[in-house]
Unconditional design. Structure first.
Length: 390
């Protein structure tokens, strides 16, 4: 049997935004979609089977959340991330961004300043701005081809009275998996200045072989009390359309506040397909995931090596995890505002526009490599051809 990740599955006309939404988003239908962060892979077969069996039952009434779903979550984080989560800490939301929003509503006031680290996942801006919070930017800095946090500036920000931060760990789009030492340095500041951290750890299972994710809240009991974490099986197992995610809130006061906002919004339910898929994935998907991350790392290596040979004007840092690459296009000589449409028109590829990740992203494009290698090879051919015609 060949590698399951090499299999090209036609996703068109399945109501998926990545393939079916390109016309609306880019004004052109026939593009290689390397934007929205989901993968063109089937989840573990056990997950497909479990969902299929439930679908075949044919009655789709209200869901009941069995304790065994939470147990699967707890076992997973204990085994994979060495994180002992107390069952009381766990809540469930229909998505990580929903969770971030709930935490922002529950733990900050309108007008309050909240710090984020661009270039970063665009909804971090949106969640804050749409809820009348003030975005404070603490941009990452590139040091010897590697993005790091600017902790000196961050300390100044905390000193100026900012009390809340949204942390992206691992980091989308730069592909950093923050080391324990880096997170400990951050943790020290957070404790010193009494800052609440809303940690988005949705990418935490997608670290490359040999790279370890450290859950921020697991650094110390003190940090745990100041941290609200969101993670999910959705990115990990490619089941984002099933809307299920976890909130881990060790601080009972924070937990109560977040749950109150959920209640106010009448938001408690998670669809049962998500519960069934998530539980099955956590219980049976470890081996599949190990193969997946090895495949993704090879995809990243492939892009890097081929770009170096065939399109050296494009630069990409080696990621430590995720399946997004942060393409530095500043040497192409194309006005930054036209980059995205250049790739659309001349290469037939849909990337995410870099400036959506904050002003620090101008001149960059984000490339999704969560797809069979043959599609990556096709993209590289198209890029090489487009650049040759420049
Ligand atoms: C950092 C980050 N958080 C959250 C999400 C999406 O989470 P959800 O679909 O569960 O809202 C993504 C998706 O790309 C992401 O990159």
């Amino acid at each position: 049997m060949g590698c399951p990740f090499d299999q090209v599955v036609d996703r068109r006309n399945t109501a998926c935004v990545k393939w079916d939404g390109v016309l609306e988003a880019y004004g052109c239908a026939d593009l290689l979609p390397m934007w929205v962060a989901d993968m063109d892979f089937r989840p573990p077969e056990t997950v497909v089977q479990a969902v299929t069996e439930r679908a075949a039952h044919g009655i789709y009434g209200y869901e009941y959340r069995p304790a065994r779903f939470s147990q699967a979550v707890l076992n997973w984080y204990k085994t994979r991330q060495n994180w002992e989560i107390h069952p009381d800490w766990l809540i469930h939301t229909p998505g990580v961004v929903v969770g971030l929003t709930l935490a922002v509503l529950a733990l900050t006031e309108p007008g309050e300043r909240v710090v984020i680290q661009p270039p970063v996942y665009p909804p971090f801006f949106r969640v804050l701005e749409a809820n009348a919070r003030t975005v404070v930017q603490n941009p990452l800095v590139e040091v010897e081809g590697r993005y790091v946090m600017n902790l000196a500036e961050l300390e100044e920000i905390f000193r100026s009275g900012v009390k809340t931060m949204i942390l992206c760990s691992p980091h989308n789009p730069v592909g950093r998996v923050w080391s324990r030492a880096e997170l400990e340095s951050l943790g020290k500041l957070v404790v010193q200045y009494g800052v609440t951290v809303i940690a988005d750890e949705i990418w935490s299972d997608l670290t490359f072989p040999g790279v370890t994710h450290t859950p921020f809240a697991n650094l110390s009991p003190e940090i745990a009390q100041q941290t609200v974490t969101f993670n999910a099986p959705t990115k990990t197992f490619n089941i984002a359309g099933l809307y299920v995610s976890n909130g881990i809130i060790p601080n009972p006061g924070y937990r109560e506040k977040v749950c109150q906002v959920m209640e106010r919004l009448s938001m408690g339910a998670v669809g049962f397909f998500g519960l069934i898929a998530g539980e099955t994935a956590y219980n049976t998907g470890a081996e599949w995931l190990d193969r997946l991350v090895a495949y993704l790392e090879e995809n990243a290596r492939f892009v890097q090596a081929e770009l170096a040979k065939r399109a050296p004007q494009l630069r990409v840092n080696k990621p430590e995890g995720t399946y997004v690459l942060w393409l530095d296009c500043r040497e192409l000589g194309i006005p930054y505002e036209e980059l995205n449409q250049f790739f659309v028109r001349e290469a037939g590829i849909a990337f995410n526009e870099g400036s959506a990740f904050g002003p620090a992203g101008l001149g960059f494009q984000r490339m999704n490599i969560g797809c069979p290698r043959s599609l990556i090879a096709e993209a590289l051919n198209r890029i090489e051809k487009a650049l040759a015609a420049l």
